[in-house]
Design a binder for this molecule. Structure first.
Ligand code: ADP
Ligand code: MG
Length: 683
């Protein structure tokens, strides 16, 4: 890739005018990265029409309207008898209807008041609030009448987050795309075309430009798949390359007998089969690259431990990588007692470890004393050295891209890699998604599990449900209450969760709330409180942010509101938050009044089976109706542009192109860099 373009895409967003370090950190949370490139790959969710309305009674509450208003008077806000009152600007529309503009806690109130002088007409644009009176809070645009055209008639709306407004997004986008042409000068034509398609998606004229069948999205999806498939092909070729062959490690200790003796249960047949497959891989001259797929609760952790103990028999070390601190802690708590029994040193390292304790942990790792280290990405920080890293285990693998896997591999000498995933993938897709890996499937649950009872319930019955919950909670149950992702919009999912939380809090005063617009630390704190057996928080209202793999054994009930809006894979994942202890668990699927036949069918699948693989196949068959939210984020792998339901042919095309590739072209290298952090420029 051209140096200028590469540097530009890698630029930290804090160097964009009007951003700075604070906003850049917020972008990091929302985009999962803070580079210009991360911004560019985060495209608008929909287009908001801001048509001009002459008369407020023509609009419905909730509409975003642009309306000429005559300012009648200002009423300054403040605190009156303990109540905070907003500043109000009383206006009339052309028909003489009253429209009130409100500002809450505004810093530059004078500035806004000057923009709305009494006796003058202004073109105002914002969302018409629900309620008896016509109210617009904090209008997004206020223009003098002769400048009314400055208010866009269609506006791209980005999935935003805490402290990031649509204005900020638009500002960053405008600057990036203004700078882009000079950075692109001299780039090859495919890359130019790529960024051109990206520009169209950032400046959509209608929702159709953003949909899976938009010519721009189709192009971008193809390129994304090509990048991914090429990375897979390269990874596979490198791994099997004769020059990378290794001598299998000789066994130096005997630990497996102790492992089996320490097991508190007997393994299922599927676990035994998987362990054998892993051991066979570990004895080969090609490094292992194996994915273990097994539904939630199928017992993957013990399989991982078996592999780690096998590695310890050779004197080698194992790193077990979890996606979050909380999950790392959970793994450690489970593994440590068993390791103690076996006599293998097991430790944990996360971002929380600082100073002297951290240094000690690092020394123990470097000396080779620590044989199993559990942790987060911190395990691969620059200052972490291993004596002999032989095995890397990645839990919940779908969060890691091909290039991350490559990066981990460089910490050891061609270590074995084992990935664990609780997301069943239809067999037909797993080859294309994880084409560089061998797959073991644990399709059997430990004996004695009590299946989760799943029922569907119309929303009208919510009061009866809440009464029953109260009884359950009083007798010690913990409840997840999942609120719908209303749309991939700025704040609406947060609002829905907030509204439900407020209502439930009246009945359950200790209820907690987590949502995507909270920062990660805050979220972790609430989650930990909910998981804590001694805490009074027995009910947790959440958007879909509740972690994959989070283990709260006393959580026996999950309520999923507007379940008809979720895909099967997502519902199944959510349901897996309960049923983790030895008590009967329940999943209640609340559905709305306007649930379609297809929506009902999906819920029926869930009530009939809890076999993740059956559900995954059904999911693939039933997709494509276009009514599901967030199909791009299907839970299998997080693509930016690819949509399984609509782009199946592109999969085949991209896979074929990658397979036939002798060596990656410059374009393919660039695409791999764009879509997969780290691969590309130096590859
Ligand atoms: P997951 O596949 O979701 O990671 P875990 O490894 O966390 O599942 O296992 C879930 C629970 O089942 C754990 O408490 C574990 O100790 C238990 N378990 C695992 N294998 C068996 C087995 N063969 N028999 C009984 N219990 C088991
Ligand atoms: Mg697990």
């Amino acid at each position: 890739m051209k140096r200028e373009l590469f540097d530009f895409l890698n630029t930290d967003l804090q160097f964009i005018k009007g951003v700075g370090p604070v906003l850049a950190t917020r972008f990091d949370d929302v985009l999962g990265g803070r580079r210009v490139l991360d911004f560019m790959l985060h495209t608008p969710a929909y287009v908001r029409a801001r048509g001009v309305t002459e008369c407020v009674s023509d609009a419905t509450a909730g509409d975003v309207i642009t309306i000429p208003l005559l300012v009648k008077s200002h009423r300054t806000g403040g605190v009156f008898r303990g109540h905070r009152r907003p500043t109000q600007i009383i206006c009339n529309d052309k028909m003489g209807n009253t429209v009130i503009i409100q500002f809450f806690n505004v810093n530059f109130l004078d500035y806004w008041l000057k923009k709305l002088p009494v006796g003058q007409w202004r073109m105002v644009s914002g969302k018409l609030e629900n309620g008896a009176r016509a109210v617009i809070n904090h209008p997004e645009f206020i223009e003098e009448m002769q400048n009314a055209a400055k208010i866009p008639s269609a506006q791209a709306v980005y999935p935003a987050g805490l402290g990031l407004t649509q204005k900020t997004f638009a500002n960053v986008r405008d600057q990036i795309f203004a700078l882009l042409p000079e950075k692109l000068a001299g780039a090859d034509s495919d890359i130019t075309e790529f960024f051109d398609a990206l520009r169209h998606v950032h400046y959509p004229e209608s929702d159709a430009d953003l949909g899976p069948n938009s010519e721009y999205v189709v192009k971008l999806a193809y390129w994304e798949l090509l990048a991914h498939q090429s990375a897979i092909v390269i990874s596979r070729r490198t791994r099997t390359d004769a020059r990378n062959r290794r001598t299998p490690r000789p066994q130096r200790y005997n630990l497996m007998d102790k492992f089996y003796a320490a097991l508190p249960f007997s393994l299922t047949d599927a676990q035994t089969r998987t362990i054998n497959e892993i051991f066979t891989d570990m004895a080969r001259d090609i490094p292992m690259m194996r994915l273990v797929q097994g539904d939630v609760g199928s017992g993957k952790t013990i399989v991982a431990l078996a592999a780690a103990i096998k590695m310890a028999e050779t004197g080698g070390q194992t790193a077990l990588l979890a996606p979050t601190d909380t999950l790392a802690q959970q793994h450690y708590a489970k593994l440590r007692p068993m390791c103690d029994k076996i006599g293998v040193v097991c430790d944990i390292l996360t971002g929380r470890d600082k100073g002297a304790p951290r240094r000690e942990k690092l020394i123990s790792l470097r000396s080779g004393r620590t044989k199993i280290i559990v942790g987060t990405h911190a395990l691969f920080s620059d200052d972490v050295e291993y004596k002999d890293l032989g095995l890397v285990i990645i839990d919940e693998q779908h969060r890691f891209g091909v290039s991350q896997r490559e990066a981990l591999r460089t910490k050891g000498h061609n270590p074995d890699m084992l990935a664990l995933s609780a997301t069943p993938i239809p067999r037909t897709l797993s080859m294309t998604i994880y084409g560089d890996m061998d797959v073991s499937i644990i399709n059997e649950k430990p004996a004695g599990r009590i299946p989760i009872k799943t029922t569907k319930l119309p929303i009208a019955r919510i009061d009866a449900l809440v009464s029953r919950l109260r009884l359950q909670i009083d007798s010690g149950a913990k409840v997840f209450w999942v609120c719908p992702l209303v749309a991939e919009s700025d704040t609406s999912d947060m609002t829905a969760a907030h509204a439900r939380y407020d209502a439930l809090k009246k009945i359950f005063p200790h209820a907690g709330l987590v949502h995507g617009q909270m920062d990660k630390k805050q979220r972790d704190t609430v989650m930990a409180q909910f998981a804590d057996d001694n805490s009074d928080m027995r009910l947790l209202v959440a958007t879909t942010v509740i972690e994959v793999g989070i283990d709260v054994p006393r959580a026996t009930i999950i309520v999923i509101e507007n379940a008809e809006c979720f895909g099967l894979a997502a519902l199944h994942q959510l349901r897996g938050r309960v049923g983790r202890g030895n008590m009967q668990s329940y999943c209640i699927l609340l559905y709305g009044n306007n649930t379609s036949t297809d929506g009902m069918k999906r819920l029926d699948v869930l009530t009939k089976t809890d076999d993740g693989f059956v559900i995954a196949e059904q999911d693939l068959i039933m997709r494509g109706t276009g009514e599901l939210l967030g199909t791009r984020q299907s839970g299998w792998i997080n693509y930016h542009f690819v949509d399984y339901a609509h782009h199946r042919d592109l999969f085949k095309l991209a896979a074929a192109a990658a397979r036939d590739m002798v060596a990656p072209s410059d374009t393919v290298r660039d695409l791999m860099f764009i879509f997969d952090r780290g691969v590309g420029i130096n590859a």
